[in-house]
Write a protein that binds this ligand. Structure first.
Ligand code: ADP
Length: 357
């Protein structure tokens, strides 16, 4: 059990002119499940590997339980890491694979047995202990990789895209298992993924990264409902938020081929923040549209997915996606009247792309 504190952590690889992680700050509470999410190359794995001690920290400080671990060797950090490629030893049984790190530490045989059996019970692997990795399914092998981490009773668990080699159904069931495991162990966990569904479903708090920088830290509902900038608003949520760029004047957003008369509370927000006569970006999620009178929407394509329907089309010349609950009778080529929930829309500065609050 441990707190983890990253203070102004930065990474610049030798030979790479650009920093891979810039000014990363977070105070992780004991028992928290933190997910680092962002597109490929944004610096997630580098951050995780610096916490593990597998990469040097270029500048800044790392504390685990108030102990300065910035330059501590990986083996002394009391951390266990589970990778995407769960390289198990093919010639060893599952039991031996799980016991391996304890054997290396020269733990007593009874202690090893107790820990392996406990982890195997938690992970539903008791029946598999005498088998070789090749006799197990992909999901079971990934469970063994998690088991190898559990037997070490580490202070902190680190996961680097552990589910990304598995098919969608298995990913979803292992996601549930990991969440239960976290509940059961109550350990601090830090998890890296590029998959927003994993982030939204697993995390106590999500760290959204882009191009080496932390763009927002918050709970799932905070990053979804209250994004700090266009990057977070577009990265979290499927389909992504619609963005309409335009000129704001006298309560109206003048965009490409359409004038949108904004609601009173939205106009007040923009006026107070000093945006009269300026460029802004109006953001509305597909699911926050509804049938109504405010706007004419030309439907160009319809996807009916059973529980909901996605209407692709244009408001003026602005391409947007509207998500309606259930099955829709709307056809391609139709023009329908839509409205949006004015309480749930977001506005952004057109230049900085930061949220207007
Ligand atoms: P992510 O995990 O978000 O996909 P990484 O942390 O792996 O991103 O990489 C972040 C950036 O650092 C990328 O631009 C990548 O090219 C660069 N990088 C990663 N490893 C090295 C390395 N060993 N040497 C130089 N640059 C690296």
């Amino acid at each position: 059990m441990a707190t983890v504190s990253l203070q102004h952590i930065e990474k610049q690889y030798k030979g790479n002119p650009r920093k891979s992680v810039i000014d990363f700050n977070i105070e992780i509470q004991d028992g928290e499940f933190i997910v680092l999410v962002g597109p490929s190359g944004c610096g997630k794995s580098t951050t995780l590997r610096m916490i593990a001690g597998l990469e040097d920290i270029t500048s800044g400080e790392l504390f685990i339980d108030d102990k300065n671990c910035t330059h501590l060797a990986a083996k002394d950090r009391d951390i266990a890491m589970v990778f995407q490629n769960y390289a198990l030893y093919g010639h060893m049984t599952i039991y031996q694979n799980m016991a391996f790190s304890l054997t290396l530490r020269k733990e007593k045989a009874e202690v090893i047995h107790e820990k392996v059996m406990e982890a195997a019970k938690i992970l539903g692997l008791v029946e598999q202990l005498n088998k070789k990795p090749s006799q197990l399914s992909g999901g079971q092998r990934q469970r063994v990789a998690v088991g190898r981490a559990i037997v070490r009773s580490p202070k902190v668990f680190l996961f680097d895209e552990p589910l990304s080699n598995l098919d969608a159904q298995l990913r979803s069931s292992l996601r549930r298992e990991l969440k239960l495991l976290h509940h059961r162990l109550g350990s601090t966990m830090i998890y890296v993924t590029h998959d927003q569904t994993e982030a939204l479903t697993l995390a106590d708090r999500i760290v959204v990264m882009s191009e080496a920088v932390v763009k927002q830290i918050g709970t799932s509902i905070e990053v979804y409902r209250d994004p700090d900038n266009i990057f977070v608003a577009s990265f979290m949520g499927t389909p992504p938020m619609n963005f309409i760029r335009g000129h704001f004047e006298k309560g109206v957003l003048h965009a490409n081929g359409i004038d949108i008369k904004l609601s009173e509370n939205n106009v007040e927000l923009l006026n107070k923040a000093g945006y009269e006569g300026k460029e802004i970006v109006f953001g509305v999620r597909p699911e926050h549209f509804k049938l109504g009178k405010r706007l004419k929407f030309n439907v160009e394509h319809v996807e009916r997915l059973g529980a909901y329907s996605l209407l692709h089309g244009k408001l003026g010349e602005e391409a947007v996606i509207v998500k309606l609950q259930g099955w829709t009778d709307v056809e391609i080529g139709q023009t329908i009247d839509v409205d949006y929930d004015a309480k749930l829309v977001c506005f952004f500065d057109a230049e900085t792309e930061n949220r207007i609050r």
